[in-house]
Write a protein that binds this ligand. Structure first.
Ligand SMILES: [Fe+2]
Ligand SMILES: [Fe+2]
Length: 405
C-alpha cells in the first residue's frame, strides 16, 4: 500500500516537472537495437547516420586517446567495431542523458550531481576491470545514472532539495519520503522507464539503496556501484549515509578487488575523471580531486583488531599521502604519531586498558571511527572524542592531526 502511494507520488512529481526532458528518439532507437545482440554494425549505422551531431560525437569518441587504434575510424560501422556494442550502448545512454538533463536544475545542483555521477561511474568501471568482471561496461552507465532522481528533486523544489543536502540525514530515504512523499530511487526508476531504457538499468537505479540486494552475490553490478558510490566520499562527494565497516568489507569482497589495490584504484580514477567529463562533454573543473602530493605527510596510528578495516585505512592513508604507523611503533614512542584513529567496534578491551595512559596523552589528536555504538570502555566515553568517517578525507585529517612538529 505504502509502495503504491510513493509510486503515485513519484508519477505526480515526474509529471509536474516543467520541460521534463525526453531522450532523443535516435538514441532510444539505438539503445533498443543494441539490446538485440544479433544486430549488425550496418543496422547501427543506418540509425545513427540520421543524426549528424550524434554521428560526429561517436566518431570523435572512437578516435579519442581512450579508444584510438592504429587507423582513424571514419564510419559508424568501424566505430561500432572498435568500441564494441556494450561500449556503444554505454556511450549512447551517456550522450543522450547528459544532453537531456542539461539545464534541468540550477547550476549548483547540476554540478554537484555530475561530479558525483562521473566519479561514481568512472570508479565503478575501474573497480569492475580491476576485479575481473566479464562485462565491466554496465557499471559505468549505472554509476552515471544511479542518483538521477535527485536531479528531479532539485528541479521540482530547489529549496527542499537544498535542505536535504544540508542536513545529510542518517535515514536519507525516510527524509525524502517526508519532504517529497517519495524517494530519489523511485523517481529515477520512473524517469528511466519513461525514456524506455533497458529494464536492468531501471531496476538497478530503483534498488541501489537496498543493502540486502546490493551486497548479494547475485548483483555484481549493484555491489560495485555501491562501493564506488561510497568511495566518492573520499572526495566529499555524494550525500548518502556512510555504510558500516562490515558492509564495506563485504562490498570489497564482492567486487573481486583486493583491499591492497584500493589506493591504486583511487589514483587511476583521479587520472580518468577529467577524460570522462571531456568525453561526455560535461562542463566543470575537477578540482574536487585532492592531489595527494600537495598535502603534508602525517604519521597516523590505527587501533583496530579488524584486519579489513585496518587495511582499508592504510590504503586511504597511502592514497592521501600519509603513513600508517604500526600500533607497536606508536606504543613504543607515542610522540611519533600525529593522529590516532581508534575503532570502537573492533578494539580489544585489554589492549585499550593497557594503552589508556598513551591515549590520554594523545587526547587532542585522538579520534574514533564513526560507529553506531558508543565506545564500551569508560575512559573513552568520558573523553567525548570526535568521530572520523571510514571514508577519510584530507580535510578531516588536517583538522585533527598534530601540526606542531
Ligand atoms: Fe542514491
Ligand atoms: Fe550516490
Amino acid at each position: 500500500m505504502l509502495a503504491t502511494s510513493t509510486n503515485q507520488k513519484a508519477e505526480e512529481i515526474v509529471k509536474g516537472v516543467k520541460n521534463l526532458p525526453s531522450l532523443p528518439a535516435v538514441i532510444q532507437k539505438l539503445i533498443m537495437i543494441l539490446e538485440d545482440l544479433s544486430c549488425s554494425t550496418m543496422d547501427i549505422e543506418r540509425i545513427v547516420s540520421t543524426d549528424p551531431a550524434l554521428t560526429a560525437r561517436i566518431l570523435k569518441l572512437a578516435n579519442s586517446p581512450l579508444y584510438k587504434g592504429v587507423h582513424e575510424v571514419a564510419t559508424i560501422s568501424q566505430a561500432a567495431t572498435r568500441l564494441g556494442f556494450w561500449k556503444l550502448r554505454d556511450v549512447a545512454i551517456s550522450i543522450g542523458t547528459t544532453e537531456s538533463l542539461s539545464g534541468m536544475a540550477d547550476e549548483k545542483a547540476q554540478q554537484t550531481y555530475w561530479h558525483h555521477a562521473v566519479y561514481t561511474a568512472t570508479c565503478a568501471n575501474i573497480l569492475a576491470k580491476t576485479g575481473g568482471m566479464p562485462i565491466p561496461e554496465e557499471t559505468f552507465v549505472t554509476g552515471l545514472l544511479h542518483d538521477i532522481g535527485e536531479l528531479v528533486f532539485a528541479a521540482v523544489s530547489p529549496e527542499q532539495f537544498a535542505l536535504l543536502q544540508a542536513i545529510k540525514p542518517h535515514n536519507r530515504l525516510g527524509k525524502e519520503e517526508e519532504l517529497f512523499g517519495t524517494t530519489h530511487t523511485r523517481i529515477g526508476n520512473l524517469l528511466l522507464k519513461q525514456w524506455l531504457l533497458p529494464k536492468r538499468l531501471c531496476d538497478t537505479v530503483r534498488l541501489h539503496h537496498n543493502e540486502q540486494i546490493y551486497t548479494s552475490k547475485r548483483e555484481p553490478v549493484l555491489s560495485i556501484v555501491a562501493l564506488a558510490d561510497m568511495m566518492s566520499k573520499v572526495h566529499g562527494l555524494g550525500s548518502e549515509p556512510n555504510c558500516s565497516a562490515a558492509t564495506l568489507a563485504l562490498l570489497i569482497k564482492r567486487s573481486g578487488v583486493n583491499v591492497d589495490q584500493i589506493s591504486e584504484v583511487l589514483r587511476q580514477v583521479d587520472q580518468q575523471v577529467a577524460n570522462t567529463q571531456k568525453d561526455l562533454e560535461i562542463a566543470g573543473d575537477v578540482s574536487f580531486l585532492t592531489p595527494p602530493s600537495s598535502s603534508r605527510n602525517y604519521k597516523i596510528a590505527m587501533v583496530s583488531s579488524q584486519q579489513s578495516t585496518t587495511m582499508w585505512m592504510e590504503q586511504l592513508l597511502s592514497y592521501l599521502g600519509h603513513t600508517a604507523l604500526p600500533v607497536s611503533d606508536f606504543m613504543e614512542d607515542p610522540e611519533t604519531a600525529h593522529l590516532v584513529i581508534l575503532d570502537p567496534d573492533a578494539s580489544n578491551t585489554a589492549l585499550l586498558t593497557r594503552m589508556q595512559p598513551i591515549l590520554e596523552q594523545m587526547q587532542n589528536h585522538l579520534v574514533i571511527l564513526e560507529s553506531e555504538t558508543a565506545p564500551a570502555i569508560g575512559f573513552l566515553a568520558k573523553m567525548k572524542l570526535p568521530e572520523i568517517p571510514l571514508f577519510l578525507t584530507q580535510e578531516k585529517i588536517r583538522q585533527y592531526a598534530k601540526t606542531n612538529f
